[in-house]
Design a protein around this ligand. Structure first.
Ligand code: PLP
Length: 382
């Protein structure tokens, strides 16, 4: 029944482009494991659908940020290993068993909690874990050193916990200057060697995010964890970084945002538009109302500060973006009527508005733009 209640505003997701982007990553990194980041509902794209495509394309594992995200994938029938990139609080560790999650751990206590749950409730089922090593991100993980070696020894010797791998994360892999990333990589490799020399061999060392997938082959190790590349964007739009990697990978955008004009009218010179009357027409104008707002991820900072595509022309956002609607000036576009298609993000022939353009207008990164559109708009997969 709800299917008949679609809004004239939606997100389109091109799953062939997603598959293309995955194949590009596969082409670059070869047959090492690709752990696809599908956290935050696959960066707003819909994790269950995205994960099915990635599973079919030969992804080796998926990465989520929360237990609930893992549960959604399992309930959607996903069979691939699921790594939880963020720490799972000890009181939720039971779900590691229920949803077959590979937890990333950052303390001996968490490993012991898993070991205890395994003993008490799961017939000594052995759980594989990745130990996070903080090589310079300052976020989660053991600081490499003697204490960490001791901690990992304790974890290594727990009967129901298998130390499957080491996990670290780059802070600056999308920077053209690789100095800090190489320092991080060196710390990571040295720490892994040290563990090995102390008799703790780990089968999987993984540190590379999207930035390192395209720019640091030496960091691919046993696997990579791309995210943003899969959705069609580079991790940085710094022009130097773009130039350095552009010929290495050809990405296609997956997400477009579209709507149909809800209202249109001719207004006299001096008409005030939207909250705060921040826009006033300087001549007789035609103003169209688009039924999308900041609650859909079309940010309020696009007020008087973005463009959309209508009938193959660009139209400016005028006045403040409201929660559910905003206005555009269509005075210079012929015959705009209710129901005409508006492209808020996406392509129309050679015209394109992408998440990078919107991010620049908003003073943020493409990641935040695409995640933000995931909240309320209906997703249509093509
Ligand atoms: C989000 C995340 C990734 C993917 O990052 P991208 O920049 O999108 O490639 C990889 N690893 C970890 C730990 C993450 O949290």
């Amino acid at each position: 029944m709800l299917n008949n209640l679609s809004r004239p505003a939606w997100m389109e997701l091109n799953l062939s482009n997603l598959a293309h982007n995955f194949r590009e990553v596969r082409r670059i990194v070869g047959d090492r494991a690709i752990i696809c980041s599908v956290k935050a509902d696959a960066y707003g794209h819909g994790a269950a659908e995205v994960s099915k495509v990635l599973e079919n394309e030969g992804a080796d594992a998926l990465g989520v940020a929360t237990v609930r995200e893992a549960a959604i994938l399992r309930e959607g029938g996903i069979k691939l290993p699921i790594v939880c990139f963020s720490l799972i609080p000890d009181n939720l560790m039971e779900y590691v068993f229920e949803y077959d999650i590979v937890p990333v751990i950052s303390s001996v206590e968490s490993a012991k909690a898993i070991n205890d749950i395994s003993k008490n409730k799961y017939n000594d089922r052995v759980v594989s874990v990745m130990a996070a090593i903080d090589t310079g991100m300052g976020r989660i993980g053991f600081l490499p050193g003697d204490e960490a070696v001791d901690s990992l020894k304790t974890i290594y010797n727990l009967s129901n916990v298998r130390l499957k791998g080491l996990f670290s994360h780059f802070a600056c892999s999308d920077d053209v200057n690789k100095e800090y990333s190489l320092e991080q990589l060196d710390k990571f490799n040295k720490f892994a060697d040290r563990l090995e020399s102390e008799g703790m061999a780990v089968s999987s060392k993984v540190i590379a995010n999207s930035g390192a997938c395209v720019a640091m082959p030496e960091a691919w190790l046993d696997g990579v964890r791309p995210g943003i590349l899969l959705y069609g964007y580079l991790p940085s739009n710094d022009s130097e970084f773009e130039r350095a990697v552009n010929d290495k990978i050809k990405l296609k955008q997956v997400m477009s945002i579209k709507a149909k004009i809800a209202h249109v009218k001719k207004v006299p010179k001096g008409t005030k538009i939207s909250y705060g009357s921040t826009f006033v027409t300087d001549k007789e104008s035609v103003i169209a109302t688009v039924p999308v707002g900041y609650a859909d991820g079309y940010l309020r900072c696009f007020s008087n500060n973005a463009e959309v595509i209508i009938n193959h022309k660009k139209a400016r956002v005028v006045g403040r973006v409201c929660m559910d609607q905003f206005m555009v000036d269509v005075t210079d576009i012929d015959d705009v009527k209710i129901g005409d298609m508006v492209i808020l993000m996406g392509s129309d022939g050679d015209m394109n508005i992408d998440a990078v353009e919107l991010a620049e207008r908003a003073g943020t990164i493409s990641y935040e733009i695409i995640c933000g559109f995931g909240n309320r708009l209906e997703k249509i997969y093509t």
